[in-house]
Design a protein around this ligand. Structure first.
Ligand code: NAD
Ligand code: ZN
Ligand code: ZN
Length: 355
C-alpha cells in the first residue's frame, strides 16, 4: 500500500453556512459502500449554478450544509465498493451528474435528469446535495453514473458533463428546425454558451448570432464560431430581425434567463421558432396569442441524458468541441468563484484538486 492510499482525510471546498463564501476544509475520505465507487478527482468545473445556490436565502436552500461543491466532475477510479464489476481501478472517467433512481421509466431511457423518484427518495446530484467533485476524492453512488474518458484530457473535458451536456440536450431538441438558411441565437457566451455555439456549428448549418453584455465574451463567441455578435441590449431584438431579413431567429437558446434576456428571446424568435430557456435567472414573459410568433414554442430544460453525455464526449474526440478553460488549484477554488462573480473568466474555470 502506498502512502497516498493510507491517507484518511482530504481537502474539500465546501459551502458551510448561508450567505458565506466557500472555504477549504479537511474531512474524512469517504469509504465506498456496496455498489459505490471512490474516485480520485482529476478535474472539477465551476458552474454559475453554484453561485446561484450560494445566493439563496435559508428558506429556499435545499442542498444541505455543509455542501462539498462541484457538479462537473472527472476522476480516476480509486476504490471499488463490494459488487462493483463494470469499472476497474485506474479507469479515467467523467461523472454523469443528474443522478436518478435508475429504475423509473425516465431513468431507463437514460434521462436520469428527469427521474420521477429522485425527490421522494432524496436523491440529489453531487455538488447539489450529495458531496461533489471539489475535493481530492469523490464518492459515486453507482458505477452507471461513470462514463469512460479514455484518452480525453479530464481537465480539458470535465466541463462537458454540464457546460457541454446541457446545451447539447437543449440544441438537440431544435435540430430538426436548424437546416440551411436557419438562424440560431445564443444569449450569454459564458461557460455553457461558448460550448453551445460550437455544438450548433458542428451539428447544423444555421447562422449563429451570439449575444452578451461583455465585449470580451463576444470576442470568445467569435473565436468559437459565431457568425455575428451583438451586445445584448434594448436594440438587440431589432438587430436580429435586421440580420434575418425581418424573419427572426429559428431558435433562441437563452443561457442567462434573466428578465431582459427572456423578453429579448421572445421578441426575436421567428414564426414556428423555438425559445429554450437554460439560464436560471428567473425572468418571466407573458405568453398569449399576441405576444409571440405563431406556433413558436417556449420551454425550459435541465441538464441531459446519460447517452447524450457519451455523445458530447464523442464530439470532443472528433475535435468538434473545445472548452476554453482557466485552471485553479483546490486551494484557489474560492478565487475561481470570485472570478466567476466578477465575470472575468474566459470560458470555464476548472479546479484541479490533485495537481
Ligand atoms: P457564465 O457566468 O459562465 O456565463 C453567463 C454569461 O452570460 C456571461 O458571459 C455573462 O456575461 C452573460 N450575460 C449576463 N447577463 C447577460 C445579458 N443580460 N445578456 C446577455 N448575456 C448576459 O454562466 P454558465 O455557467 O454558463 O451558466 C449560464 C446559466 O445557465 C446560469 O444561469 C446557470 O445557472 C444556468 N445553468 C442551467 C443549467 C440547466 O440545466 N438548465 C445547467 C447549467 C447552468
Ligand atoms: Zn451547472
Ligand atoms: Zn428514476
Amino acid at each position: 500500500m502506498t502512502s497516498s492510499t493510507m491517507k484518511t482525510t482530504m481537502k474539500a471546498l465546501q459551502y458551510t453556512a448561508i450567505g458565506t463564501k466557500p472555504i477549504i476544509v479537511e474531512i474524512p475520505i469517504p469509504v465506498p459502500g456496496p455498489g459505490q465507487v471512490l474516485l480520485k478527482v482529476t478535474a472539477s468545473g465551476v458552474c454559475h449554478s453554484d453561485e446561484f445556490i450560494m445566493s439563496l436565502p435559508a428558506e429556499a436552500y435545499t442542498f444541505g450544509l455543509p455542501l462539498t461543491l462541484g457538479h462537473e466532475g472527472a476522476g480516476i477510479v480509486h476504490t471499488l465498493g463490494a459488487g462493483v464489476t463494470n469499472v476497474a481501478v485506474g479507469d479515467s472517467v467523467a461523472v454523469y451528474g443528474p443522478w436518478g433512481c435508475g429504475r423509473c421509466h425516465n431513468c431507463s431511457l437514460g434521462n436520469e435528469n428527469y427521474c420521477t423518484n429522485a425527490a421522494a427518495e432524496g436523491i440529489q446530484p453531487p455538488g447539489l446535495g450529495a458531496p461533489g467533485s471539489m475535493a481530492e476524492y469523490m464518492l459515486i453512488d453507482d458505477a452507471r453514473h461513470l462514463v469512460p474518458l479514455g484518452d480525453l484530457d479530464p481537465v480539458a473535458t470535465v466541463s462537458l458533463t454540464d457546460a457541454g451536456l446541457t446545451p447539447y440536450h437543449a440544441i438537440k431538441m431544435s435540430l430538426g428546425k436548424l437546416g440551411a438558411g436557419s438562424t440560431a441565437v445564443v444569449i450569454g457566451a459564458g461557460g455553457l454558451g461558448h460550448v453551445g455555439i460550437q455544438i450548433i456549428r458542428a451539428l447544423t448549418s444555421a447562422t449563429v448570432i451570439a449575444l452578451d453584455v461583455s465585449e470580451a465574451k463576444l470576442a470568445l463567441a467569435k473565436d468559437v464560431g459565431a457568425h455575428h455578435t451583438l451586445i445584448s441590449d434594448g436594440n438587440a431584438a431589432a438587430e436580429i430581425r435586421r440580420l434575418t431579413g425581418g424573419l427572426g431567429a429559428t431558435a433562441v437558446f437563452d443561457f442567462v434567463g434573466a428578465q431582459p434576456t427572456v423578453e429579448l428571446a421572445v421578441a426575436a424568435v421567428a414564426v414556428q421558432g423555438d425559445v429554450t430557456i437554460v439560464g436560471i435567472g428567473g425572468g418571466t414573459v407573458p405568453f398569449s396569442f399576441f405576444t409571440i410568433g405563431y406556433e413558436a414554442a417556449v420551454r425550459t430544460t435541465y441538464w441531459g441524458s446519460r447517452a447524450e453525455l457519451m455523445e458530447v464526449l464523442d464530439m470532443a474526440r472528433l475535435g468538434q468541441l473545445e472548452v476554453e478553460i482557466e485552471t485553479f488549484t483546490l486551494d484557489d477554488g474560492p478565487r475561481a468563484y470570485e472570478r466567476l462573480y466578477e465575470g472575468s473568466l474566459r470560458g470555464r474555470a476548472v479546479i484541479v484538486p490533485n495537481a
